[in-house]
Design a protein around this ligand. Structure first.
Ligand code: ADP
Ligand code: MG
Length: 739
């Protein structure tokens, strides 16, 4: 990455694989690979998750005032020995350590080798918790290291300083990482080349990269660690900015078919609706229609809460495009949703002589000006003729999943792509859709996921935003209730009563949390959870979620509601199976649907009035809000029950926010404040490093990086004069995958 080409292959450099280091070898190299560490350089860029502050070294005598606290002392070993306690089945190592103020004891469990590696009269530096035993105060399992002398200004690694604590897996401890990383820093840090442009390092007074890497691992002070962090946060966000701005610039060189707006047509359309558009819908539709008039390809994100009416707005854009003689592709994340859109769009455009097609895995359908209903067998056509119609331009709007952009699908004249709940749709994908490589279609992306400003200016920085920020009138507010364990029975009774009245109930099973890596210091095992660095395999999570659904299903159908019709739904089912279940649920043949959080809940089931969420505290507020949006889609009063057993104050506070607010944006902002950017839906999958994630909650930093990226690109759009930066950017693009 940042490495000079080495003349001789056997020379060890930053790019040398870690297994070539004698201290590491193949066994450890394998473990490190789990952290994504392959080379020496990777290891040097594996930063600590937090620090232990052992920087104050006190006199032995003074530990008396420090019961329960962690302290650092240094002294001569007066005695050290190991014994085996058969009662507790473990090894006990005890050392008596003294300085000129007194003596104290240190006790370790199951580390018998300590008695061999240290002997009487050795000097030792200790950092551990002051505990009280039968025979007085002692240090419990303190971190330790050998020193030459007491009070000398020796360089320390594990004690007597600010000590780095890394995210660990089994077999790789923070102590081991420190032991390996420190000598490597001495040997190789000077080879690390500056990756930020010099003028930026100067302008923002950043620590140079070599210094910053040192300070992150072994900081002189917390200020120094923060300064180093700030530099890398900046760098990560700066790369995001370069990435999106370059992408945008690339798109600006392309042309899209212009679609002038026909004001009369639009008026006819809105007049044909059974409702009046909200002002927000009107404003957004206008922004979109104006974009479509240009030859610059539109890249717009239409944001609006669940139920705010995005589909109508998208349909207006589609209509305008079609009446300009072009085609539209409308992509949904799942087949069920694609079918729902097909139905809706067919209905909305029934007076407008538009030919609309649906392609699913199984078959293809076409409706035309409302002549046949979207479910009638008469509208089924072969896939072959569907594809033919697309190619010769017979078909105006094609609705489907991602199968719509497969290789064998060709549009005659595609001018607009509408993407529902996908956010991202890269320039490359857009390129792919039109044969004429100079043209790309306009893009309208729709999402109900609220996007805070910091994300809008980074990850989504290449998209223009339109916001539907009001709900259609005459919606009943959904009643949201936190249900503690003591009121579970009451909630079940209520559910039973509603079901007897013909209403439908969703049950969402607790989210299985991805495996967290634990940062423990080697002191007293007071590990705390840190945000995960690497997402656990999504496949294994899915398997666990399926199990959770099965368990819940068993419980509800055998114990709680033996008389009700209960069905489960999870991501491992075949699409056809899932679809049948959703339709049965919609038609009232299922009372309670038990589902995982990953399953497509986007389907409209107007008769569903209860959303019951187990383990509610495990979800982000935005996601809970999305679940809640699945009910309340008719004029019936709907309810959202949040089941929780968590006594945690923060959890309560979050869930209360959901009870109080019905505004997705407010909730996303709260999530961001309370839980950080990792809580935002989708962010876990992006593969962003922690440094970038932390930066994403800092609007000042975000704005700074945006300005800096713009300045550099203005001067040098291809980054020709910044080879290091190009290299970093290339690696960055490989690593991240925004959705
Ligand atoms: P979403 O933004 O979640 O995709 P939809 O487009 O599915 O929302 O709209 C939800 C429901 O609200 C649909 O049944 C739609 O017909 C209806 N709707 C849309 N706009 C309005 C409006 N201005 N007034 C009343 N109902 C509306
Ligand atoms: Mg929608």
């Amino acid at each position: 990455m940042l490495v000079r080409i080495q003349p001789r292959a056997h020379m060890i450099s930053l790019s040398t694989p870690v297994e070539e280091l004698p201290k590491i070898g193949t066994a450890y190299a394998k473990k490190l690979k789990k952290f994504g560490i392959k080379t020496i350089q990777d290891l040097l860029f594996y930063f600590p998750a937090r620090y232990d502050d052992f920087s104050e070294i006190i006199k032995v005598r003074d530990i008396r005032q420090k019961l329960g606290q962690t302290v650092c002392v240094q002294g001569r070993i007066a005695d050290i020995e190991s014994s085996h306690t058969f009662k507790k089945w473990m090894d006990l190592t005890e050392a008596l350590v003294e300085d000129d103020s007194g003596q104290t004891k240190a006790i370790w469990f199951n580390q018998p080798y300590l008695a061999k590696s240290f002997k009487e009269d050795d000097f030792i530096s200790l950092a551990g918790k002051v505990s009280l035993g039968k025979e007085g105060l002692y240090l419990a399992s303190p971190a330790y290291e050998r020193i030459n002398e007491i009070g000398e200004n020796e360089e320390l690694t594990h004690t007597g300083r600010i000590v780095p604590v890394y995210s660990e897996t089994r077999g790789v401890t923070s102590r081991w990482l420190r032991y390996v990383i420190k000598p490597l820093l001495y040997r190789f840090s000077e080879q690390i080349q500056e990756s930020l442009p010099e003028e930026i390092v100067k302008k923002y007074k950043f620590l140079p990269i070599q210094e910053a890497v040192w300070q992150l691992h072994f900081p002189e002070s917390f200020e120094a660690a923060d300064a180093a962090k700030a530099r890398f946060s900046f760098e990560e966000l700066f790369l995001i900015q370069l990435n999106v701005l370059k992408e945008k610039a690339r798109l600006m060189l392309k042309k899209a078919p212009a679609c002038p707006m026909d004001a009369n047509l639009m008026k006819n359309f809105t007049d044909s609706l059974p409702f009046k558009l909200t002002d927000s819908q009107r404003k957004c539709a206008f922004q979109i229609l104006k974009d479509l008039e240009k030859t610059v390809p539109m890249s717009r994100l239409l944001e609006g809460d669940v139920g705010s009416g995005k589909t109508v707005v998208a349909t207006m854009a589609a209509l305008s495009t079609v009446k300009n003689g072009h085609q539209v592709a409308f992509m949904a994340p799942t087949e069920i949703l694609a079918k729902q859109h097909f139905k809706t769009v067919t209905q909305l455009l029934k007076n407008f002589d538009v030919k609309i097609g649906l392609m699913t895995g199984k078959d293809a359908r076409i409706t035309h000006a409302g002549l046949v209903s979207d479910t009638s067998p008469a509208c089924v056509i072969s896939k072959k003729s569907f594809l033919g119609d697309l190619e010769n331009g017979q078909l105006d709007i094609a609705i489907g999943t991602h199968s719509l952009i497969q290789k064998n699908v060709e549009f005659k004249d595609l001018a607009l792509v509408v993407v529902d709940e996908q956010h991202r749709f890269g320039v490359e994908q857009r390129d792919h859709l039109i044969k004429d490589k100079k043209l790309v279609p306009h893009l309208l992306s729709m999402t109900a996921t609220p996007i805070p400003r910091t994300l809008a200016l980074t990850v989504y920085g290449d998209l223009d935003l339109s916001l539907i920020d009001e709900m259609p009138k005459d919606r009943k507010k959904i009643k949201t209730i936190i249900v503690p364990p003591s009121q579970r029975k009451e909630a079940y009774d209520f559910i039973e009563k509603e079901v007897k009245e013909g209403k439908g109930v969703f049950v969402i099973c607790p989210k299985i949390e991805s495996k967290k890596t634990i940062a423990t210091s080697d002191v007293a095992m007071t590990g705390s959870f840190v945000p995960q660095n690497y997402p656990a395999s999504l496949a294994s999570l899915a398997t666990m979620e399926v199990k959770a659904v099965k368990d819940e299903y068993e419980r509800l159908s055998s114990k709680i509601f033996p008389d009700l019709r209960i069905t489960m739904l999870h991501g491992k089912m075949k699409p056809a199976e899932k679809e049948k279940i959703m339709i049965d649920f919609r038609n009232g043949e299922i009372d309670i649907l038990v589902s995982t959080s990953v399953v497509e809940v986007g389907v409209d089931v107007p008769r569903a009035t209860i959303m019951m969420i187990e383990g509610a505290e495990r979800f982000g507020l935005s996601q809970l809000h999305q679940f809640r949006g699945r009910v309340g889609r008719s004029d019936l009063q709907s309810y959202c029950f949040l089941f929780t057993t968590s006594p945690d104050q923060l959890d309560r506070k979050r869930l209360k926010a959901l009870v109080e607010s019905n505004n997705g944006f407010e909730l996303a902002q709260k999530d961001l404040e309370i839980r950080g950017p990792g809580s935002l839906y989708g962010t876990q999958q992006w593969g962003l490093p922690d440094m970038a994630m932390q930066g994403l909650s800092n609007i000042f930093l975000v704005e700074k990086t945006r300005t800096a990226a713009k300045e550099i690109l203005e001067k040098d759009p291809e980054l020709k004069n910044y080879p290091q930066l190009q290299e970093r950017l290339k690696n960055f693009q490989k690593r991240i995958h925004f959705e």
